[in-house]
Structure formats: C-alpha cells, structure tokens
Unconditional design. Structure first.
Lengths: 157, 288
C-alpha cells in the first residue's frame, strides 16, 4: 500500500514529478506547481470547460481530476505544449482573425476542444462543432465568432 | 473537510482489505460527482480516498452469454465500444449524453451507479437491459439485480466495504434509445429521462420480444415499464393516440415526480408521457 505524496506524469512531452495533497486537482498542480497558466479555473466543478486539457489525447476538465490518481504513463497536454503544433497554430490564428477572443478566459479550453475535434472528426459539420465545444462556456462572445473561427480553421487545414 | 490520505493499493485484494478495515475512506473513480460533493461540504467525516484504477477494472468483455462492463469504464469508452453500440444502444446513447465530452472522459459507469442519483443517466438503460451488478468485498462477492440495488436517492444496498466490480448484461441484441430533457444541450442533469430497449430476438421463455422502458428523475429510484411486442403490432397511425392514452394513465400511476430545483411535478409528469410517446415513435418508426 502506498500513501502517495509524489506523483509523476508526462506534461507536454516531459516527465514531471510533484508533491500533491489528497484533494489537489490536476488544474491546481498545473497552475501552482508546474508553471502552466493556460488552463483556468472558471467554476471548479467541471461545468465551464475553462480548465480543459488533454489527458492521454482526450479532453478532460482538469479541475475534477485528482492529481494522485495520475500514473507515470499518463500524458497531459496543454496549449503551452502545442505552441509549435501546426494544427494548433492554425486554430489560434483562426480565433484571432475571426474575433473569437474577447477576454480570453475561455480561450485555452476552447482551443483544446477544437484541437480534439479537428484531430478526430473529418470535415466537421456545424452540429459537430457545437457538440464538441458544448462543454466549454463563453460569457463574452455569444459563441458565433468561435464557431466561425473553427470553420475558418477547417477551411485552411 | 478532513481528507488527508489517498490510497493506491498494490493489489485489488489489498485494496478490499483496506476498504474493509478503514472506516472513514471512500472509493473514488472518475470523481466527477464525488469531488464536487466533497468541495460542497458533503462527506465531511471522510478521512481518505482510495482508488482501484490500476486493476484493469475498465475492460468490456464477453464471457459465455454475458457482457461484463468493468466499473471503472469511462462513459466515453462505453459510448464508443462496438459491443455496447451493437447490443445495447440505449446504454451507448445514454453514456454519450452524460455531462460533456470532458466529463465523459473522466466519469465512470461504476461511479454513476454508486452515486445513486435518480437522474443518473446510465441507470435507466441498465434497467431496460436486465443488468446485474457484481459486488466484491475482502471475503465475499455477490450479484445483485439492478432493480434491487437502489434504496433511495444517494443510497444503495452496498455495504461500506463493497466495491462494484462489473456490470453484467445478458448477451442479447437489442434496439433502443435514450432521451433526456435538461436545461442545456450538454452538462444537463436530467429533469426527466427515458431509456427503452427492445429485444431483437424472440425470448424463448416468453415467446415474444420484450420492450422495456425505464424513467429517470421521476421517482426516488428509476421506474420500469415492461411491454411486449404485441402492443406494438397493433399500433398504427389511426389508433396511435388512443392506444397511447391507456398507457399514459399507467405511467401517471407508477411515477412519483416531485418539485425541486430542476423542475416541477406537473412538468415532469407531462414530460414523462411525452418522452414515452417519442420512444414509441422511435421504436415503431410510425410517421405520426
């Protein structure tokens, strides 16, 4: 039996090791101990999507993922880790061009969800876009420009 | 909030021993309900959390004439699984409508069941599929029918030292679906839900095809309504509404909806009938 104090996992391509408390979320660990600021705390209960990161290539709300349940082979990817990724660059560019960023708080989460959509769905429809981004709330834009940005990114793939 | 220990046992058996001997610990799986509840002040007496995610409890396998779904299977893995989609579409559809994609990648079917919310989305489909639960503890194991498992909202017949290991479904092809109504397209807790499954092959004992409906969020536990194919054989466009009317009164008698923060008794009663009608249309494909 292990009373774990330290967890180790892969973050943006690097193995990291960090001490965690029992109730400490992955989001907390990322922001306060590992220098990641893209993922944000919007609601702390998994409903707004501002904390969305990829865990083993799948989007999760990191505010609900307790860090102690991470394994050495778990792979966490945040927007920082995709700065040189061609697809992510196209998505970021599209968001900027189409005015899909106002306060920017929801944006990292939106980018991750969009990235996941474009990686997994070929030629996504409007319905697909809405479905894959349904877990990300935005209080500023009214979503229309975000959807336009995603469509613009799709056109330029 | 006194939780100060988190336990990753070295083996399933060791974990069950700890679950048996430690009083104030609780099993965590995806945490999408539990973490929120803890943050909101529930389980204030808890001192530790224990996770069994390292013991391959997230597999879906066929064994003899049964399908075993591991309790740590995520909603995503259930929604995407070929066996579930082909044999138990009601369950696959329900899993794909839990929360959001982000939640589906964390939330587990074991957690959804153990949380025992009347609005838990995978539970009504399991009622329609005659699901059983394999519960294990340090020195025992038992299989319980899903309809015998729930006592009231948040309460099940599980003992403190028990863990849900598998959800067991009979390997019988069904067609079916799941409809939920909530405030949003995603992240919606059901005001009312209905699951329905129709056997694709004639059952040898009853010599008919069973059609089972299960309503969520209209009573302290899920409400089941079982029909046979004979009902559907007589349905047509002309008698549709009249035939449905007789079942509306049945539904009114078996559901016990309440007023709460999400909806009202009045609305839920109307919704339950309307969703039943939608389910019938989906099964019969009548153009009404």
């Amino acid at each position: 039996m292990k009373m774990i104090k330290k967890v180790s996992f892969k973050l943006n391509g690097n193995q990291v090791e960090v001490e965690v408390d029992p109730l400490e979320s992955l989001l907390n660990v990322l922001r306060n101990k590992l220098g990641i600021t893209s993922a944000k705390e919007g609601c702390a209960k998994g409903e707004c999507g501002a904390c969305t990161v990829l865990l083993n290539d799948k989007p999760i709300t990191s505010c609900l993922k307790l860090a102690f349940t991470l394994n050495t082979n778990d792979n966490v990817i945040t927007v920082e880790g995709l700065n040189s990724d061609a697809l992510m660059c196209k998505i970021q560019d599209a968001f900027i061009r189409k005015g899909a960023v106002q306060c920017g708080f929801c944006t990292p989460g939106m980018l991750i969800s969009t990235y996941y959509l474009l990686k997994n769905v070929h030629n996504p429809t409007s319905e697909d876009i809405k479905k894959y981004l349904a877990g990300n709330l935005c209080r500023c834009t009214g979503y229309i420009k975000i959807e336009e940005a995603v469509k613009f990114a799709i056109k330029n793939l | 909030m006194k939780i100060d220990s988190y336990i990753l046992p070295d083996s399933l058996q060791e974990g069950l021993k700890i679950l048996d001997s430690e009083d104030k610990i609780k099993v965590i799986a995806g945490g999408t309900d539990l973490v929120v509840k803890i943050k909101n002040g529930y389980y204030s007496e808890l001192e530790g959390l224990i996770s069994f995610h390292n013991f391959n409890l997230d597999q879906i396998v066929i064994k003899d004439d049964k399908v075993l779904i591991g309790s740590y299977c995520s909603m995503y893995s259930i929604a995407a699984n070929q066996i579930i989609r082909e044999y138990f579409p009601a369950l696959a559809i329900a899993a794909s409508q839990v929360g959001s994609l982000q939640i589906q990648n964390l939330a587990t079917i074991g957690g959804n069941i153990a949380n025992a919310s009347p609005a838990g989305d995978t539970i009504p489909p399991l009622y329609t599929l005659d699901a059983e639960l394999e519960l294990i503890s340090v020195n025992s194991s038992r299989v319980v029918k899903i309809c015998d498992f729930f006592v009231e909202p948040g309460k099940t017949i599980m003992n403190k030292n028990e863990l849900i290991k598998n959800i067991i479904l009979p390997l019988r092809k069904t067609e079916g679906g799941f409809i939920k109504v909530g405030e949003r397209k995603a992240h919606a807790i059901s005001k009312v839900s209905v699951a329905f499954s129709k056997e694709k092959e004639v059952d040898k004992t009853s010599n008919t095809k069973k059609v089972v409906f299960a309503f969520g969020a209209v009573a302290p536990t899920v409400v089941k309504l079982e029909l046979t194919e004979d009902f559907f054989k007589t349905l047509n466009k002309e008698n549709f509404l009249g035939q449905l009317d007789s079942y509306y009164s049945v539904i009114e008698n078996i559901i016990k909806p309440i007023d709460d923060i999400r909806s009202t008794k009045f609305y839920r009663t109307k919704l339950a009938k309307e969703l039943f009608k939608k389910a019938i249309i989906a099964i019969t494909k009548l153009d009404v």
